[in-house]
Ligand binder design. Structure first.
Ligand SMILES: NC(=O)C1=CN([C@@H]2O[C@H](COP(=O)(O)OP(=O)(O)OC[C@H]3O[C@@H](n4cnc5c(N)ncnc54)[C@H](OP(=O)(O)O)[C@@H]3O)[C@@H](O)[C@H]2O)C=CC1
Ligand SMILES: N[C@@H](C=O)C(=O)O
Length: 264
Protein backbone atom coordinates (compact mmCIF):
# COMPACT_ATOMS: atom_id res chain seq x y z
CA UNK A 1 0.00 0.00 0.00
CA UNK A 2 1.41 3.42 -0.84
CA UNK A 3 2.57 5.37 2.17
CA UNK A 4 1.01 8.53 0.74
CA UNK A 5 -1.31 9.50 -2.07
CA UNK A 6 0.29 9.20 -5.52
CA UNK A 7 1.68 12.21 -7.30
CA UNK A 8 4.30 14.78 -6.57
CA UNK A 9 5.64 15.47 -3.11
CA UNK A 10 6.65 19.02 -2.22
CA UNK A 11 9.18 19.13 0.61
CA UNK A 12 10.29 22.33 2.32
CA UNK A 13 13.82 22.53 3.70
CA UNK A 14 14.68 19.70 1.32
CA UNK A 15 18.39 19.96 0.49
CA UNK A 16 19.78 18.83 3.84
CA UNK A 17 18.81 17.16 7.09
CA UNK A 18 15.36 15.68 7.59
CA UNK A 19 13.89 17.26 4.47
CA UNK A 20 16.54 15.72 2.24
CA UNK A 21 15.91 12.35 3.87
CA UNK A 22 12.18 12.66 3.18
CA UNK A 23 12.93 13.56 -0.45
CA UNK A 24 15.09 10.44 -0.84
CA UNK A 25 12.50 8.18 0.77
CA UNK A 26 9.51 9.57 -1.13
CA UNK A 27 11.34 9.42 -4.45
CA UNK A 28 12.27 5.81 -3.70
CA UNK A 29 8.56 5.20 -3.12
CA UNK A 30 7.79 6.47 -6.62
CA UNK A 31 6.90 10.10 -6.03
CA UNK A 32 8.09 12.92 -8.22
CA UNK A 33 9.65 15.56 -6.02
CA UNK A 34 9.72 19.34 -5.63
CA UNK A 35 12.61 20.48 -3.43
CA UNK A 36 12.18 23.83 -1.66
CA UNK A 37 15.13 25.67 -0.09
CA UNK A 38 17.02 28.98 -0.41
CA UNK A 39 20.39 28.08 -1.97
CA UNK A 40 19.90 27.57 -5.71
CA UNK A 41 23.23 25.83 -6.33
CA UNK A 42 22.56 23.33 -3.56
CA UNK A 43 19.03 22.84 -4.88
CA UNK A 44 20.24 22.03 -8.39
CA UNK A 45 22.92 19.66 -7.11
CA UNK A 46 20.45 17.88 -4.83
CA UNK A 47 17.85 17.62 -7.60
CA UNK A 48 20.30 16.21 -10.13
CA UNK A 49 21.58 13.61 -7.69
CA UNK A 50 18.12 12.56 -6.54
CA UNK A 51 16.81 12.32 -10.11
CA UNK A 52 19.83 10.19 -11.05
CA UNK A 53 19.40 7.85 -8.10
CA UNK A 54 15.63 7.52 -8.21
CA UNK A 55 14.69 8.00 -11.85
CA UNK A 56 11.98 10.35 -10.68
CA UNK A 57 11.25 13.87 -11.94
CA UNK A 58 12.82 16.22 -9.42
CA UNK A 59 12.25 19.96 -9.67
CA UNK A 60 13.33 22.83 -7.48
CA UNK A 61 11.81 25.96 -6.03
CA UNK A 62 14.22 28.45 -4.53
CA UNK A 63 12.38 30.27 -1.77
CA UNK A 64 13.39 31.85 1.52
CA UNK A 65 10.48 30.79 3.72
CA UNK A 66 11.40 33.51 6.23
CA UNK A 67 10.10 36.05 3.70
CA UNK A 68 6.64 36.85 2.41
CA UNK A 69 7.82 36.43 -1.17
CA UNK A 70 9.25 32.99 -0.46
CA UNK A 71 6.13 31.82 1.33
CA UNK A 72 3.95 33.17 -1.51
CA UNK A 73 5.96 31.26 -4.11
CA UNK A 74 5.25 27.97 -2.34
CA UNK A 75 1.58 28.87 -1.83
CA UNK A 76 1.30 29.56 -5.56
CA UNK A 77 2.99 26.29 -6.50
CA UNK A 78 0.72 24.30 -4.22
CA UNK A 79 -2.33 26.03 -5.69
CA UNK A 80 -1.24 25.80 -9.29
CA UNK A 81 0.42 22.38 -9.60
CA UNK A 82 -2.34 19.76 -9.54
CA UNK A 83 0.24 16.97 -9.54
CA UNK A 84 1.16 17.75 -5.93
CA UNK A 85 -0.50 15.24 -3.61
CA UNK A 86 1.90 15.35 -0.66
CA UNK A 87 3.37 18.17 1.40
CA UNK A 88 6.18 17.59 3.89
CA UNK A 89 6.00 20.83 5.89
CA UNK A 90 9.49 20.55 7.27
CA UNK A 91 11.52 23.78 7.08
CA UNK A 92 12.24 25.15 10.53
CA UNK A 93 14.93 26.49 12.78
CA UNK A 94 15.94 26.10 16.40
CA UNK A 95 16.84 28.80 18.88
CA UNK A 96 17.84 27.38 22.25
CA UNK A 97 18.80 29.34 25.35
CA UNK A 98 17.23 31.48 28.06
CA UNK A 99 14.49 33.79 26.74
CA UNK A 100 15.93 36.58 28.88
CA UNK A 101 19.09 36.44 26.78
CA UNK A 102 17.44 35.89 23.40
CA UNK A 103 17.94 38.26 20.47
CA UNK A 104 14.43 39.62 19.76
CA UNK A 105 15.07 39.67 16.01
CA UNK A 106 16.15 36.01 16.02
CA UNK A 107 13.08 35.19 18.09
CA UNK A 108 10.95 36.85 15.44
CA UNK A 109 12.75 34.85 12.77
CA UNK A 110 11.94 31.66 14.68
CA UNK A 111 8.26 32.61 14.79
CA UNK A 112 8.20 33.56 11.11
CA UNK A 113 9.73 30.32 9.87
CA UNK A 114 8.34 27.84 12.40
CA UNK A 115 4.87 29.34 12.68
CA UNK A 116 3.91 31.91 10.02
CA UNK A 117 5.53 30.16 7.09
CA UNK A 118 4.54 26.71 8.38
CA UNK A 119 0.91 27.75 8.80
CA UNK A 120 0.49 29.55 5.49
CA UNK A 121 2.00 26.63 3.58
CA UNK A 122 -0.18 24.12 5.45
CA UNK A 123 -3.23 26.25 4.68
CA UNK A 124 -2.34 26.44 0.99
CA UNK A 125 -1.99 22.65 0.90
CA UNK A 126 -5.24 22.15 2.81
CA UNK A 127 -7.07 24.33 0.28
CA UNK A 128 -5.43 22.69 -2.74
CA UNK A 129 -5.93 19.12 -1.52
CA UNK A 130 -9.54 19.79 -0.55
CA UNK A 131 -10.14 21.04 -4.07
CA UNK A 132 -8.46 17.97 -5.54
CA UNK A 133 -10.34 15.58 -3.24
CA UNK A 134 -7.21 14.02 -1.72
CA UNK A 135 -3.75 14.72 -0.38
CA UNK A 136 -1.35 14.16 2.48
CA UNK A 137 0.07 16.80 4.79
CA UNK A 138 3.04 15.78 6.95
CA UNK A 139 3.88 18.43 9.57
CA UNK A 140 7.23 18.25 11.34
CA UNK A 141 7.10 19.07 15.03
CA UNK A 142 9.64 17.89 17.61
CA UNK A 143 9.97 15.84 20.77
CA UNK A 144 10.59 19.21 22.39
CA UNK A 145 6.88 19.90 21.92
CA UNK A 146 6.48 17.49 24.84
CA UNK A 147 9.91 17.59 26.48
CA UNK A 148 9.86 21.22 27.67
CA UNK A 149 13.34 22.41 28.66
CA UNK A 150 14.47 25.65 30.38
CA UNK A 151 16.45 26.55 27.27
CA UNK A 152 13.75 25.92 24.71
CA UNK A 153 10.61 27.84 25.69
CA UNK A 154 10.10 29.57 22.34
CA UNK A 155 11.22 26.65 20.20
CA UNK A 156 9.12 24.17 22.17
CA UNK A 157 6.24 26.61 21.88
CA UNK A 158 6.51 26.61 18.09
CA UNK A 159 6.65 22.81 17.98
CA UNK A 160 3.79 22.39 20.46
CA UNK A 161 1.83 24.64 18.08
CA UNK A 162 2.61 22.29 15.20
CA UNK A 163 1.34 19.34 17.28
CA UNK A 164 -1.91 21.02 18.37
CA UNK A 165 -2.41 22.56 14.92
CA UNK A 166 -2.20 19.14 13.28
CA UNK A 167 -4.51 17.53 15.85
CA UNK A 168 -7.04 20.23 15.00
CA UNK A 169 -6.50 19.79 11.27
CA UNK A 170 -7.15 16.05 11.63
CA UNK A 171 -10.59 16.84 13.05
CA UNK A 172 -11.30 19.19 10.14
CA UNK A 173 -10.38 16.46 7.65
CA UNK A 174 -11.83 13.51 9.61
CA UNK A 175 -14.34 12.61 6.89
CA UNK A 176 -12.20 13.45 3.91
CA UNK A 177 -9.47 11.88 1.79
CA UNK A 178 -7.02 14.51 2.99
CA UNK A 179 -4.70 12.83 5.47
CA UNK A 180 -2.59 14.67 8.04
CA UNK A 181 0.24 13.52 10.25
CA UNK A 182 2.55 15.23 12.73
CA UNK A 183 6.01 13.81 13.39
CA UNK A 184 7.93 14.51 16.61
CA UNK A 185 11.56 13.54 16.07
CA UNK A 186 14.02 13.65 18.95
CA UNK A 187 17.48 15.08 18.36
CA UNK A 188 18.68 14.48 14.80
CA UNK A 189 22.20 14.57 13.37
CA UNK A 190 21.79 17.66 11.22
CA UNK A 191 23.20 21.15 10.81
CA UNK A 192 20.19 22.71 12.51
CA UNK A 193 22.08 22.67 15.80
CA UNK A 194 24.84 24.91 14.44
CA UNK A 195 24.39 28.28 16.14
CA UNK A 196 21.11 27.20 17.75
CA UNK A 197 22.50 27.69 21.25
CA UNK A 198 23.29 24.03 21.87
CA UNK A 199 25.87 22.18 19.78
CA UNK A 200 25.11 18.65 18.63
CA UNK A 201 28.29 17.29 20.22
CA UNK A 202 26.96 18.38 23.60
CA UNK A 203 24.33 15.63 23.34
CA UNK A 204 24.93 11.97 24.28
CA UNK A 205 25.26 9.96 21.05
CA UNK A 206 22.58 7.55 22.25
CA UNK A 207 20.10 10.45 22.08
CA UNK A 208 20.79 11.39 18.44
CA UNK A 209 19.06 9.71 15.48
CA UNK A 210 19.98 9.94 11.81
CA UNK A 211 17.56 12.02 9.70
CA UNK A 212 17.27 9.01 7.39
CA UNK A 213 15.99 6.79 10.23
CA UNK A 214 13.61 9.55 11.34
CA UNK A 215 12.18 9.96 7.85
CA UNK A 216 11.73 6.22 7.46
CA UNK A 217 10.01 6.05 10.85
CA UNK A 218 7.80 8.98 9.93
CA UNK A 219 6.65 7.31 6.72
CA UNK A 220 6.13 3.99 8.51
CA UNK A 221 3.92 5.81 11.02
CA UNK A 222 2.02 7.42 8.15
CA UNK A 223 1.51 4.02 6.53
CA UNK A 224 0.29 2.66 9.88
CA UNK A 225 -2.32 5.43 9.98
CA UNK A 226 -0.80 7.30 12.92
CA UNK A 227 -1.85 10.94 13.34
CA UNK A 228 1.02 11.48 15.78
CA UNK A 229 4.32 9.73 15.10
CA UNK A 230 7.14 9.82 17.66
CA UNK A 231 10.10 8.02 16.04
CA UNK A 232 12.03 7.35 19.25
CA UNK A 233 9.15 6.31 21.54
CA UNK A 234 9.37 2.52 22.14
CA UNK A 235 5.81 2.12 23.53
CA UNK A 236 3.16 4.00 21.52
CA UNK A 237 0.76 3.34 24.38
CA UNK A 238 2.56 6.04 26.39
CA UNK A 239 1.51 8.66 23.85
CA UNK A 240 -2.00 7.24 23.71
CA UNK A 241 -2.35 7.38 27.51
CA UNK A 242 -1.07 10.98 27.54
CA UNK A 243 -3.50 12.09 24.86
CA UNK A 244 -6.39 10.21 26.43
CA UNK A 245 -5.70 12.04 29.71
CA UNK A 246 -5.74 15.30 27.77
CA UNK A 247 -9.08 14.43 26.18
CA UNK A 248 -10.58 13.33 29.53
CA UNK A 249 -10.28 16.94 30.73
CA UNK A 250 -12.30 18.32 27.81
CA UNK A 251 -15.77 18.33 29.45
CA UNK A 252 -14.40 20.38 32.37
CA UNK A 253 -12.23 22.94 30.57
CA UNK A 254 -14.97 25.49 30.04
CA UNK A 255 -17.65 25.74 32.77
CA UNK A 256 -19.77 28.60 34.04
CA UNK A 257 -18.28 28.46 37.56
CA UNK A 258 -14.62 28.47 38.68
CA UNK A 259 -13.36 25.26 40.27
CA UNK A 260 -13.89 25.04 44.04
CA UNK A 261 -10.13 25.45 44.70
CA UNK A 262 -10.30 28.95 43.17
CA UNK A 263 -13.53 29.98 44.96
CA UNK A 264 -13.16 31.82 48.28
N1 LIG B 1 17.63 18.54 13.94
C1 LIG B 1 16.91 18.10 14.96
O1 LIG B 1 17.46 17.67 16.00
C2 LIG B 1 15.44 18.15 14.91
C3 LIG B 1 14.78 18.89 13.93
N2 LIG B 1 13.43 18.96 13.96
C4 LIG B 1 12.70 19.74 12.96
O2 LIG B 1 12.93 19.15 11.68
C5 LIG B 1 12.86 20.14 10.67
C6 LIG B 1 14.09 20.05 9.80
O3 LIG B 1 15.18 20.21 10.65
P1 LIG B 1 16.66 19.82 10.19
O4 LIG B 1 16.63 18.89 9.04
O5 LIG B 1 17.42 19.49 11.40
O6 LIG B 1 17.14 21.26 9.70
P2 LIG B 1 18.37 21.68 8.83
O7 LIG B 1 18.80 23.02 9.33
O8 LIG B 1 19.39 20.61 8.73
O9 LIG B 1 17.63 21.87 7.40
C7 LIG B 1 18.20 22.60 6.52
C8 LIG B 1 17.32 22.63 5.27
O10 LIG B 1 16.34 23.65 5.40
C9 LIG B 1 16.57 24.66 4.41
N3 LIG B 1 16.23 25.97 4.99
C10 LIG B 1 16.76 26.54 6.08
N4 LIG B 1 16.22 27.77 6.28
C11 LIG B 1 15.34 27.97 5.28
C12 LIG B 1 14.49 29.04 4.89
N5 LIG B 1 14.45 30.17 5.58
N6 LIG B 1 13.74 28.90 3.79
C13 LIG B 1 13.78 27.76 3.06
N7 LIG B 1 14.56 26.71 3.37
C14 LIG B 1 15.33 26.82 4.46
C15 LIG B 1 18.03 24.49 4.07
O11 LIG B 1 18.38 24.91 2.79
P3 LIG B 1 18.88 26.43 2.54
O12 LIG B 1 19.91 26.74 3.58
O13 LIG B 1 19.44 26.41 1.15
O14 LIG B 1 17.67 27.29 2.65
C16 LIG B 1 18.13 22.98 4.09
O15 LIG B 1 17.55 22.41 2.96
C17 LIG B 1 12.71 21.48 11.41
O16 LIG B 1 11.35 21.86 11.40
C18 LIG B 1 13.17 21.15 12.82
O17 LIG B 1 12.57 22.00 13.78
C19 LIG B 1 12.66 18.28 14.89
C20 LIG B 1 13.29 17.53 15.84
C21 LIG B 1 14.71 17.41 15.90
N1 LIG C 1 15.54 20.82 16.73
C1 LIG C 1 15.98 20.09 17.88
C2 LIG C 1 16.41 20.99 18.94
O1 LIG C 1 16.77 22.07 18.65
C3 LIG C 1 14.87 19.29 18.43
O2 LIG C 1 13.74 19.58 18.03
O3 LIG C 1 15.16 18.39 19.22
Amino acid sequence: MSTTTTGTALITGATAGLGAAYAEELAARGHDIILVARDEARLEKAAAGLAERSGRKVSTLSADLATAEGIASVEERLAGDASIGTLVNNAGMALLGPLSKADPDRLEGLITLNLTSFTRIAAAAAKAFTGRGAGTIVNISSALALNILPVGAAYSGTKAYVLAFTQGLAQEFADSAVRVQVVLPGALETALWNGSGIELDQLPKEMVMSPQDAARAGLAGLEAGELVTIPSLPEYGQWEAYDQARQAMRPNLSLSRPAARYSR
